[in-house]
Design a protein around this ligand. Sequence first.
Ligand SMILES: [Mn+2]
Length: 432
Amino acid sequence: MSTNFTIADDFIAEQNSKKADYLAEDYEYLDKKLRRRNIQIENLIEKAQGFDVAIPSWGVGTGGTRFARFPGSGEPRGIYEKLEDCATINQLVRSTSAVSLHIPWDKPESVEELKNFTAARGLSFDAINSNTFQDQVDQKHSYKYGSLSHENPAIRQQAIEHNLECIEIGKQIGSKALTVWVGDGSNFAGQINFRRALECYLDSMREIYAAVPEDWRLFIEHKFYEPAFYSTVINDWGTSYICAKELGEKAFCLVDLGHHAPNVNIEQIVARLIQFRKLGGFHFNDSKYGDDDLDAGSIKPFQLFLVFNELVDAELKNVPNFNPAYMLDQSHNVTDPIESLMTSAMEISRAFVQAHLVDREKLEDAQRKNDAITALATLKEAFTTDVSPILATARQKNGGTVSPIETYRASNYRAQKAKERPAQIGISAGII
Ligand SMILES: [Mn+2]
């Protein structure tokens, strides 16, 4: 492992020095512009430096669709190679220091070895994700007709025990949250009893909840269709909220941006969950039609900004217990996953910094006066400000690179990994 290729810090410094003059020019211009609006650029750089979004282990592998998967060269073949790629992403962008594991895909043979490997690369572990949406080798009961909500108590028990095992692994690696997403649902009207399925789900979740440590959070992730096409058990944020409320204080709702019907007002859902103290966090991605799992900010950057507008508003107003966990949840079919994840992490930081540019006094004044034009213009003023020099400076100050994609390509990382990692059949990489 130790002989594997890594990007040298000197190389990053050399790449950065090539950009220094242009960055200084752009920075100076933006600084002047923001000062006219009474905004201190240094504060925004500090905000950007402190911002972090977790990488899902499955995101560094090439994804696929229902039709096919076209593997990329040099893609990771196991958890350690996935962690190598996660470390490289963080080395360049410096805003992705945590990794979210998926059990059983990433089940470690030695927890100690996994912890040491991760810590040596400056990474930590975010929420742990359970999987009861597919059958594993040697599994006694099938999840074909459901898991936590199944009619058969033996199947529910098996799904509960898997989640308990995830909590145990999570405790050992230092996770502080369990994310439960179930694929349970139905394909045909009448196939399941809606009320009974949800009651079974809640019974199962109560047992899981009881095993969640006091300083942990339990995230419930809703999704309105897929893999079930007629109904899902946790179909929307309302159901998710009710379940989180039923379970107790450690349970929260997770919002995956792709898990809503087209044109749903997600920023309003976010505001609702904040108001009722049940917003647990996000799975960021973007979509055009369904749960496309495209790169964050690639299709609807204004929506991403509006989501962050709600989040930053809550942060600035010190809403109690407001501590959302941020993670990317994407499937990269046609891009190099490392490039997509770096770009997405930067787009999320961009939306976060832009939301900090909103003149909130002016916005509130416009709202109170029913001045819709000024209200929208106040948001647009922030949204249309190019904060790239702030993001680049923050990355550089944290030890990263001014131009992540350029530096990454110049390093030949992927070509090096293609040599180190000969292709292997049957890699399970996120079609979720
Ligand atoms: Mn998700």
